[in-house]
Design a protein around this ligand. Structure first.
Ligand code: PGA
Length: 255
């Protein structure tokens, strides 16, 4: 039985004062929820604050990106080792907003995934199709090519290593992110099952263990139905992770 995971993705929101208040509410709201894993992925400058405030609680923290490079002359970049230095458990990798606005590709995302694993982090690797791709019937082709990028870039060995380090996959249909439009539980389940099947074709044991979480307008009103699906192991939550009551309801739905 896979334990569910709910991760808040704060994106580029927050300030020292806002984060302090939000984290205090999250700690108060989630401390008695024992049957799932929780985390928040904060903007990099606030990692120190997240570590200071969340240490010893049942909420882990992480970054929203990690460089594919280990170290060096890469102005503006943050390495996976630096995230680990601040006690991060997770790093979101290959989020569609980074693919669109920061020109990340399947190859760079796959390299970042490898760098995160090497630094001992749990990468949350995002895949998902645009509306045009879905309408053209290309959802599975797109998702498969995003997954295969990991294999081609890093080799098959990485899959079992990844699962040993509890790598997480996130299915995030681009058309559902920040739009208020959620994939129906059936639509999401179909793609989650497809992803698991792709992995099972290479390693059935890994496929049974890997957590595949859903992202894209997860909210209190749809979290329970999504999380009830057999291949949906939790959520990656954007907008509703900034509201402690909404986030609490979503986390409760995972328990
Ligand atoms: P959203 O974002 O919940 O605001 O749609 C999800 C995500 O981008 O991870």
């Amino acid at each position: 039985m896979r334990r569910k995971l709910v991760v808040g993705n704060w994106k580029m929101h927050g300030s020292l004062a806002q984060n302090k208040a939000l984290i205090a509410s999250l700690i108060a709201n989630l401390h008695d929820l024992k049957n799932a894993d929780f985390a928040v992925c904060v903007p990099h400058p606030y990692l120190f604050q997240a570590q200071a405030l969340l240490q010893g609680t049942n909420i882990a923290w992480g970054g929203q990106h990690a460089s594919r490079f280990e170290e060096g002359a890469y102005t503006g970049s943050v390495s996976a080792r630096m995230l680990a230095d601040f006690g991060c458990t997770y790093a979101i990798i290959g989020h569609s907003e980074r693919r669109v606005f920061m020109h990340e590709t399947n190859i760079t995302a796959a390299s970042s995934f490898g760098a995160a694993l090497k630094a001992g982090l749990t990468p949350i690797f995002c895949v998902g199709e645009t509306l045009e791709e879905r309408n053209a019937g290309l959802t599975e082709t797109v998702v498969e090519s995003q997954l295969i990028a990991i294999l081609n870039t890093l080799g098959t060995q990485v899959i079992s290593e990844a699962v040993q380090q509890r790598a997480v996959l996130a299915y995030e249909p681009v058309w559902a992110i920040g739009t208020g439009k959620t994939a129906t539980p059936e639509q999401a389940q179909a793609v989650h099952a497809f992803i698991r099947k792709q992995i099972a074709e290479r390693d059935a044991g890994v496929a049974a263990r890997v957590r595949i979480i859903y992202g894209g307008s997860v909210k209190p009103s749809n979290a329970s139905q999504l999380f009830a699906m057999p291949d949906i192991d939790g959520g990656l939550v954007g907008r509703c992770s900034l509201d402690p009551n909404d986030f609490k309801e979503i986390c409760r739905a995972a328990c």
